[in-house]
Design a protein. Structure first.
Length: 454
């Protein structure tokens, strides 16, 4: 490919310098820029080289390219306006930078620059003087032109707010914006008109004119005013989104870590570890070329999701569960169409789930319950309608009929169910047993005493 390109360059007849280091094919770009190609052909070739799809927008290259165009040269096919001595007036808003195209809609950032091109010609006729009577031009034997005033003012606006009057002006935007330009040319010219003046140049003795001559004499001054106004505009949408991302550990066992990655509103995401990484792209970027002759470049964004990972496993979409060996040196880098955002990872070891245990599962009423809680930290504990604060362990008195002991971790209730026996049924049973025994003894006595009678 390089050889074919070089042979082609030899066939074409030098352009402003382009920073080739900002292109995808710096070596080929250097060949183009050092060739003997004509400026427009050289620019065309370089733009073709930089059409490769990229994972991030190259706004720097676009700015470098666009700001090198000649803003006094009219684009091909542009409409020109003339009035009087004002000729070929034109105006073109070339580019808003940085910006990107998506589905034929131009999006702009909070701040940037507007690039415009404009020009016109003044064509005042040359002075005229007749070589002699009766020759005239437009009825004048002489015409003299005097330039009195010539102004050409360009004004740029953003939603009717004035931005500046130069080819490159700064702007700020916090909503959808219509960029507009107005180019006003004013020309005042004084035109002196001279006319043939007839006079008697010979008389006879009687004083009668026998010959008439003509002299070119000032007649009047015409105050000519010409003006032309040319306008142009570009409609844009304001791009604003909040990139978010977080990575936190869920579990660690032996030499393996499990974590959760959650991210949104990004064009590209890079999760980096010491020995592994995860990357997700939601867009590809190309360069759109427009406005022939100037070949203005604009970043073009197209949706295309791609994911890749090295030395880690992941499942999910938007929210990912990841398993990897080494979580050290963790960083998150997010990019959207205009900016980059770096975020830290949360590598704090996850707190193990709370566990509550008792020394037995069944207790008599008022018996001591020995409660153990893990991990060894302070917990809020409830039992039998009473609240306690304890760490490690605590002794409680069993109360019938309360059978649930609970502790709380991060708003979650962890409970242990026990059995508490009621004393009352045993008392009744004992009373019934004693009553039955006494009756048995009494009956035996009666039978011995009164047996004969019965």
């Amino acid at each position: 490919m390089k050889n074919l390109l070089f042979l082609f360059l030899l066939l074409v007849p030098v352009a402003s310098a382009i920073d080739c280091s900002k292109t995808m094919h710096a070596d080929l770009c250097e060949q183009v820029m050092s060739s003997d190609a004509a400026s427009d052909e050289k620019e065309w070739l370089v733009t073709e080289l930089i059409q490769d799809r990229r994972n991030s927008p190259n706004h720097e290259f676009v700015y470098d390219w666009n700001t090198k165009v000649d803003t006094f040269l009219p684009p091909e096919g542009i409409t020109k306006y003339s009035s009087g001595f004002i000729k070929d007036s034109w105006l073109k808003l070339l580019a808003v930078m940085p910006s990107f195209l998506e589905n034929d809609t131009l999006y702009v950032n909070d701040t940037g620059e507007l690039l415009s091109a404009y020009n016109h010609r003044i064509e005042i006729p040359p002075d005229y003087r007749s070589p002699g009577y009766p020759q005239t031009k437009d009825g004048d034997c002489a015409t003299y032109y005097h330039l009195v005033e010539h102004t050409a003012v360009f004004d740029a606006f953003n939603n009717h707010a004035y931005l500046g009057s130069s080819h490159l002006v700064n702007y700020t935007a916090n909503c959808d914006a219509e960029f507009s330009g107005r180019y006003d040319i004013l020309l005042r010219t004084d035109i002196d008109h001279w006319k043939w003046n007839k006079y008697c140049c010979a008389k006879n003795k009687k004083g009668k004119c026998t010959k008439y001559c003509y002299t070119c004499k000032f007649s009047y001054t015409q105050h000519k005013v010409d003006n032309v106004t040319v306008t142009d505009k570009i409609g844009t949408k304001h791009f604003k989104q909040n990139m978010t991302a977080s990575f936190s550990l869920l579990d660690q066992y032996e030499n393996t870590s499990k974590g959760k990655l959650k991210a949104g509103n990004f064009s590209s995401l890079h999760l980096e570890f010491a020995e592994s990484n995860f990357t997700e792209y939601n867009y590809v970027y190309t360069l759109n070329r427009s406005i022939p002759l100037h070949n203005i470049l604009t970043v073009k964004a197209e949706k295309l999701n791609r994911k890749s990972a090295r030395n880690l496993n992941f499942i999910g979409n938007e929210t990912y569960i990841m398993t990897l060996k080494n979580t050290s040196n963790c960083t998150i880098t997010l990019q959207d169409h205009f900016s980059t955002k770096n975020l830290p990872c949360n590598l704090t070891a996850p707190e193990p789930d709370a566990v509550i245990e008792t020394d037995k599962t069944s207790y008599d009423d008022n018996e001591t319950i020995h409660v153990t809680m893990m991990p060894d930290k302070e917990f809020n504990l409830t039992y039998a309608g009473k609240n306690y604060t304890a760490s490690g362990s605590i002794n409680l008195k069993a109360e019938y009929p309360h059978n649930r002991i609970s502790i709380f971790q991060k708003g979650k209730e962890i409970s242990k169910v026990i059995q508490v026996k009621d004393k009352q049924p045993w008392n009744v049973l004992l009373s019934v047993t004693m009553f039955g025994g006494l009756n048995y003894i009494l009956v035996g006595i009666v039978r011995k005493t009164w047996g004969g009678l019965l």
